[in-house]
Design a protein around this ligand. Sequence first.
Ligand code: 6PG
Length: 239
Amino acid sequence: MIGTVEVVEDASGLAERAAEIVARASFHALTHRDRFRIALAGGGTPRAAYERLAAEPRRSRVDWSRWDVFFGDERCVGPEDEASNDRMAREALLDRVPIPPGRIHRIRGEAGPDEAARLYEETLRAAFPRRTWPRLNLVLLGLGEDGHTASLFPGAPALAETDRWVVGTRSPKPPPHRVTLTLPVLERAHRIVFLVCGAGKAEALRRIRAGEDLPASRLRPVEGALLWLVDRAAWSDGG
Ligand code: 6PG
């Protein structure tokens, strides 16, 4: 299993630890850079961590004015749809902290997978000009029960993408059409943190620990650090 593993007691401990990791990553990045550029994870797990990040004392400690917020993936739904990752992040974090509006870069999933991917690649290339690949400071990722991460699902052609930064994909679980950052982008982040919580993820983690070729286990950090932040139920040695 690539990377380091930190096991926390439960969902609350994972949310607290994840919030602290993000806050400290921003402090570290902003000691020698003018901006902190993060890609948020979607799904349900990160919500509690985002809420803790937006609460005191972190709300006052973090220099939100120097953040650039991106998304690891998005569902092809409208921004007010309950399935929208952007909506979840806004409710839990982005509407609660003073990040300058122009510095939150949502994926316009409502445009459909291919057009949204094209637009988002333009957004990323504008944010990382003259780059062969963008180097985000921090990428947060979840893990699906089938071993997917972001919207890179098992068997997806997107897993073999080596040129584009953002692609449209299909998901076996609804919503079916998605947009996702590609592996080369995800694995070039300075820090990659998987947030894995609950017994439902134990089998996927067991398969990754056993060396199975799943989307999440394909990430090979390029000059960065990868951390699996997992709770005890997901890390259960029963697999
Ligand atoms: C998404 C996420 C996806 C998610 C996993 C885990 O858009 O759904 O990018 O990769 O992180 O499916 O989801 P939960 O945190 O809800 O278990």
